[in-house]
Design a protein around this ligand. Structure first.
Ligand code: NOJ
Length: 545
């Protein structure tokens, strides 16, 4: 059994304080040498994840897909894309990971399917008003000849979320709704078949050993059946956070709870209102949801303190653990974001050519790692974060794949820059990601030799060493503190808190070195102390008992 066996074997509430590592399979490791990461690659690197000390892995979608949106356009929810391997291999991977004490969380995409999904193909082939079309949102257009979209909504990826179909006779037909890309038609969640299908998909993956599911776009599934124009401030919103969702997740929770041992539901819930967010975490709904509020905040003590306070205050009444997320496959990488003048994250403000101080961002990313790993709750760690990878901002334009980039008319750099294949070893691309001579699906920078797992593993000052140490200490010193959390008073630009009697964390977001609070030993620091003082943009973990 691996070092995580304590978490894996005897804790049904393992997810409450788990460290969950996000694997973007396309960019993790290429086992078959075709330039794209795959399940064989993940299997070969499981020992790396076990050594890092993570409790679970969340896999981004691995289903058959035309990859119009990196696999979030699913053609078959019960299989694996040949690009990644086979269904049998996914089962083997889940079993092998489990033997190393690592649980597997599978990504479920219920809001939409691929336009190549058999249901959508059948809907296109069927007539307006047919039962096949009823599984989606087909509508006639507005305007004299139906030439205008049925309403004024805006796609989550920008542009119009409606695409007009062509009738069998070649004439223009109805429109269908897609909140994301054209190739991602939205399902009609008012239809019972859509519900049954997803309940069956959940069981399919739980039966194959998945310890949980991550639910994509979890707050968007249900639409106002009238599909009205969007009027700002209207309550309820026509397509986000609708009351009917809670009933759906209650039925999913009942399925998860029907399994021996725990199966968890993790929601991707983007909602500006934290109280509305917490409603998804009531005891009979989702187990946890990503805390995007924390992730979106600037690197400023008051902003982060406010987010931590609000998060803990809103999770406590529903009995759900908080989660702490610094980045993921949609978000500008932490090292880059924290190296900018504006350290917030906001999809709307992403542009090319933002000046960035990567050394500063790296220092802050190290401190942020110790901050998030010391807070009560679960932590999500996106592959490459433990290597301090920056966003790759100079990808050749002809290699970009993200529909967000294309739908913005080219002004938004898109999300490819945080999805560049991991550097494992060696001094030149493909850095052990693929066999030598193979060009990975996205090119890796020429200066990543110092960021490889190999280079960092033997460097005591590397961010990888910091993460390994932090995860080890977290298990023994932070884990037992449960929910205990209390701020220490002091400098307003310093975040300092205790977790029970034995442990405290201090993060210096001020411009000057500060004294450490009372302690009996320094367990870990994100960078060297300066004559016993904690320098700016640094964090320390302290033993206090
Ligand atoms: C959220 C996913 O994280 C993102 O990558 C995807 O593009 C959208 N949902 C649509 O599925």
């Amino acid at each position: 059994m691996g070092q995580n066996s304590r978490h894996a074997s005897d804790q049904s509430d393992w997810w409450r304080d788990a460290v969950i590592y996000q694997v973007y399979p396309r960019s993790f490791a290429d086992g078959n040498g075709d330039g794209t990461g795959d399940l064989a690659g993940v299997r070969s690197r499981l020992p790396y994840l076990a050594e890092l000390g993570v409790d679970a892995v969340w896999f981004n979608p691995w289903y058959p897909s035309p990859m119009a949106d990196g696999g979030y356009d699913v053609a078959d929810y019960r299989d694996v894309d040949p690009l990644f391997g086979t269904l049998a291999e996914a089962e083997t991977l889940i079993a092998e990971a489990s033997r190393l004490g690592i649980r597997s969380i599978v990504d479920i995409v219920p809001n939409h399917v691929s336009d190549t999904h058999p249901w959508f193909r059948a809907a296109l082939a069927a007539a307006p008003g047919s039962p096949e079309r009823d599984l989606f949102h087909f509508r006639p257009g507005r305007g004299a000849a139906g030439e205008l979209p049925p309403n004024d909504w805006v796609s989550e990826f920008g542009g119009c979320p409606w695409t007009r179909t062509t009738n069998p006779d070649g004439g223009p037909g109805e429109w269908y709704l897609h909140l994301f890309a054209t190739q991602q038609p939205d399902l009609n969640w008012a239809h019972p078949q859509v519900r049954w299908e997803h309940e069956s998909i959940l069981r399919f993956w739980f039966d194959r050993g998945a310890a949980g599911v991550r639910i994509d776009s979890a707050a968007l599934l249900v639409k106002d059946p009238a599909l009205p124009d969007f009027v700002r401030g209207t309550d309820p919103h026509p397509f986000a956070d609708r009351e009917e969702l809670h009933e759906i997740y209650r039925s999913w929770r009942a399925i998860a709870d029907s399994y021996v041992g725990s199966r968890i539901l993790v929601g991707e819930v983007w909602l500006p209102d934290a109280e509305r967010f917490a409603r998804y975490l009531r005891p009979d709904e989702l187990h946890t949801a990503f805390n995007f509020d924390f992730m979106s905040r600037p690197w400023q003590a008051d902003a982060l303190r406010a987010s931590i306070d609000a998060t803990l205050a809103l999770h406590a009444p529903v009995g759900a653990p908080a989660t702490w997320v610094l980045c993921n496959h949609d978000i500008t990488r932490t090292v880059t974001r924290y190296g900018r003048g504006d350290t917030r994250f906001d999809f709307a403000t992403k542009t090319f050519g933002t000046p960035t101080d990567l050394a500063l961002g790296h220092r802050r990313a190290r401190a942020a790692a110790l901050l998030s790993l010391a807070l009560p709750g679960a932590v999500y760690l996106y592959q490459g974060e433990e290597l301090g990878l920056p966003e790759v901002e100079d990808l050749p334009l002809d290699r970009l794949q993200d529909p967000m980039h294309f739908r913005s008319g080219g002004t938004d750099p898109g999300r490819d820059g945080c999805r560049v294949p991991l550097p494992w070893s060696g001094t030149a691309a493909p850095y052990g990601f693929s066999p030598e001579g193979v060009d990975p699906w996205l090119p890796q920078p020429a200066d990543w030799a110092r960021l490889t797992v190999e280079a960092q593993s033997t460097d005591p000052a590397s961010i990888l060493t910091l993460y390994r140490e932090a995860l080890r200490i977290r298990r023994d010193a932070v884990g037992p503190c449960g929910d205990k959390f209390e701020w220490l008073t002091g400098h307003q630009d310093v975040l300092a808190f205790t977790r029970g009697d034995g442990f405290s964390c201090v993060v210096n977001l001020s411009a000057d070195p500060v004294a450490l609070p009372a302690h009996t030993a320094v367990l870990l620091t994100s960078g060297p102390l300066d004559d016993g003082l904690l320098p700016a943009d640094s964090a320390a973990w302290l033993r206090t008992g």
